[in-house]
Design a protein around this ligand. Structure first.
Ligand code: IMP
Ligand code: MG
Length: 178
């Protein structure tokens, strides 16, 4: 079990497993033959997954434009969560195929908010790629078109995901133990 500072981390998905899965996801995405594709990475949590996935997509033959959006969900419980746009993209999405990339799909509120925003702006299609799907926590009708792994109902960190801004740097996904 790796130790980070004083904490032991239980590895759920190793760097190798994630890299292998990213190649498969990239192939699946490229097979959809999106037109004039704009990839939007939802910050902050998706930054490492997006960086790896778009390079895997390049290797699979895709030529997407890449943008970033910062949305944040406030409220303690999943029920009371409210999503806000903190920093917008610069590109016009009108008539384009859009692929939203996020780290983890939980209640679905973050991705529902972002997808509806892009559809309102006239995107031709909006697809969703997530590394992890915590489907037992879903509170909306949102599903991912491309998902890396089903995630057990633990609070996970690493590979971009944090607890209090810590642990984003880990190259794997894990659970913090004492
Ligand atoms: P949703 O809006 O409830 O689907 O929540 C999705 C967002 O919550 C993700 O983009 C993450 O930033 C965050 N999140 C949900 N579960 C976890 C977790 O286990 N670890 C770290 N962040 C999480
Ligand atoms: Mg997030």
């Amino acid at each position: 079990m790796p130790k980070v500072g004083e904490k032991n981390i239980d590895v759920l998905f190793s760097a190798q497993e994630i890299a292998k899965r990213n190649l498969e996801l990239a192939q699946d995405i490229v097979a959809k033959r999106f037109d004039n594709l704009l990839v939007i990475s939802i910050l902050k949590g998706s930054f490492i997954f997006a960086a790896d996935l778009i390079r895997a997509m390049h290797d699979a033959g895709a030529e997407p434009d890449v943008e970033f959006i910062t949305v944040s969900s406030y409220g303690k419980g999943t029920e009371s969560k409210e999503v806000r746009l903190l920093r917008d993209i610069d590109s016009d999405v009108h008539g384009r195929d859009v692929l939203l990339i996020d780290d983890i799909l939980e209640s679905g509120k973050t991705l529902k908010f972002t997808r509806e925003l892009m559809l309102e702006r006239g995107a031709r299609s909006v697809s969703i790629a997530v590394l992890l799907d915590k489907s037992v926590k879903r509170k909306t009708d949102i599903e991912a078109d491309f998902k890396g792994f089903e995630c057990p109902d633990y609070f996970v960190v690493g590979y971009g995901m944090d607890v209090g801004h810590s642990f984003r740097q880990l190259p794997y996904v894990g659970v913090v133990r004492d």
